[in-house]
Design a protein around this ligand. Structure first.
Ligand SMILES: C[S@@+](CC[C@H](N)C(=O)[O-])C[C@H]1O[C@@H](n2cnc3c(N)ncnc32)[C@H](O)[C@@H]1O
Ligand code: SF4
Length: 456
């Protein structure tokens, strides 16, 4: 049984902040503030305007799962037949051509991320076809990171061979929680042995860089079960782990209605669960990176954190060297120098645009100089735990940030942040409230907007 220190307990006077609904800041402005509709032509112009020498990252979204886990907040759908997935692969090939045509050249690619949903819902032959199309239309660097999100329950020998053949060098596995009772309460039964077998299979084909996703805040979790999950997870020797706070947003994700909200941990317990997981993982030799990631010292994420290169994007904390992300697939978001462009969320709308020979853009937002400044401040605070606003904003810009500074001062008075002139830092032991501190700089935020998950 883990012993709880005073630091592991949510101070009663901060309970309102822990329960505050704030964005995750994987972009700024955040996705609810994208405009819809958004012209595909603008998206096309943004792609065409990329400098030939700009390295990019590609994100491919595969929005299919065999069935939906009850807690899942991802953009995906349950599909039991292979036909719709094969059709999706055909459309993805067409989208790759459309995007490469818009770019007008074989742009250099330093990272490919296959996400979902479940990328391995694709048949092995479809994975190969898509990889072939990427290589035909993009200049994929030999050193590129090729990362795939993997559901350990859905990995087959045929998939392992294709993953090896397409050059996969990083896998992130959805582990979530290893306690049998918690797994039952979240509709995701996945014994430790299933995860161990997936890790062994990936290592056997030479995929050595492995990350685990864990979640705290699930029904049935106690500090004991979470500590045990963390201990079992590190036994498998992943290079990195992420511990996401469970985002319960049943109004946006109807599958989450299967979770009994009465059984969810309250803010005080959520705080303890996060702290205990963090302490257990750090005790096993991992370094804390950003808000919710942990990595071995030699892992790229820890190196990026140590050298001030850590960034935040739609996949969370990242060491991605590319500032430009081109999204492919339904609901994927591109991060371009001029702004964000998001594809149609639903597969039929995404498909009909592609079949009409058009980029499937549905939403987006051009970013202003003020957005850019606030984005840098938010990103630096979340990635480094502190920010020197004077290094990012001139005196005139700082004047416009006065309301944000006033909010920071309120958080300073409550012991959540510290401030020395333009230097703002998260207070030690209060890092879990980082998103609340970052939110002070969010010019679009409606306080406690219903769209967001709780801060801790
Ligand atoms: C897009 S999913 C892909 C993983 C893969 N499909 C799997 O389930 O193994 C990425 C991760 O998001 C996290 N996640 C999903 N729903 C969440 C929620 N409601 N709150 C917090 N994290 C969530 C899970 O840890 C999951 O592994
Ligand atoms: S957690 Fe993964 S497997 Fe489960 S529904 Fe979400 S995307 Fe699909």
């Amino acid at each position: 049984m883990p012993t709880l220190g005073t630091d592991d307990l949510l101070p009663a006077e901060l309970a309102d902040l822990a329960a505050e609904r704030v964005p995750r800041y994987t972009s700024y402005p955040t996705a609810p503030h994208f405009q819809s509709p958004f012209p595909a032509d603008t998206h096309r112009r943004w792609l065409a305007a990329l400098a030939p020498s700009t390295p990019i990252s590609l994100y491919l979204h595969i929005p299919f799962c065999q069935d939906l886990c009850w807690y899942c907040g991802c953009s995906t759908q349950a599909v039991s037949r292979p036909a719709p997935i094969a059709t999706y692969a055909d459309d993805l090939l067409a989208e790759i051509d459309l995007v490469a045509d818009a770019l007008g050249r074989r742009q250099s690619v330093v990272r490919v991320h296959w996400g979902g949903g479940t990328p391995l819902a694709l048949a092995p032959a479809d994975l190969r076809r898509i990889d072939g199309a990427l290589k035909a239309r993009f200049d994929i660097a030999p050193s590129a990171e090729i990362a795939v999100e993997i559901d350990p329950r859905r990995i087959t020998a045929a998939h392992l061979i294709v993953l090896r053949d397409i050059g996969t060098n990083r896998a992130s596995l959805g582990v979530q929680d290893l306690d049998a009772e918690v797994q039952r309460q979240i509709g995701r039964e996945q014994p430790f042995e299933v995860v161990a077998a997936a890790v062994a299979g990936l290592r056997m084909v030479g995929i050595q860089q492995i990350g685990f996703d864990l979640i705290y805040g699930l029904p049935g979790q106690t500090t004991d079960t979470v500590a045990q999950t963390a201990r079992d997870a590190v036994r498998l020797g992943p290079d990195r782990l992420a511990i996401f706070g469970y985002a319960h947003v049943p109004w946006a994700r109807p599958n989450q209605r299967l979770i009994d909200a009465n059984l969810l941990p309250d803010p005080g317990l959520r705080w303890q669960l996060a702290r205990v997981a963090e302490r257990t993982i750090r005790a096993a030799g991992y370094q804390a990176v950003g808000l919710d990631h942990f990595a071995r010292a030699e892992d790229g994420l820890a190196v990026a954190a140590a050298t001030g290169q850590l960034r935040r994007g739609f996949q969370g904390f990242t060491d991605d060297p590319a500032e430009v992300v081109v999204g492919l697939g339904a609901s994927s978001i591109s991060t371009l120098p001029a702004g964000y462009a998001q594809n149609a969320q639903q597969v039929p709308a995404w498909r009909s645009a592609i079949q009409a020979g058009q980029l499937p853009t549905a939403r987006g937002r051009a970013i202003t100089a003020d957005d850019r400044l606030r984005r840098r401040i938010v990103e630096t605070l979340l990635c480094q735990g502190a920010v020197d606003v004077a290094s990012l904003a001139d005196p005139g810009e700082r004047l416009k940030l006065a309301p944000a500074f006033a909010q920071i001062d309120q958080l300073v008075a409550r012991g959540v942040a510290t401030r020395d002139g333009n230097w703002i830092a998260l207070a030690p032991g209060r890092e879990l409230l980082a998103r609340v501190v970052a939110a002070a700089f969010d010019a679009y935020l409606t306080p406690n907007g219903p769209g967001h998950a709780v801060a801790v």
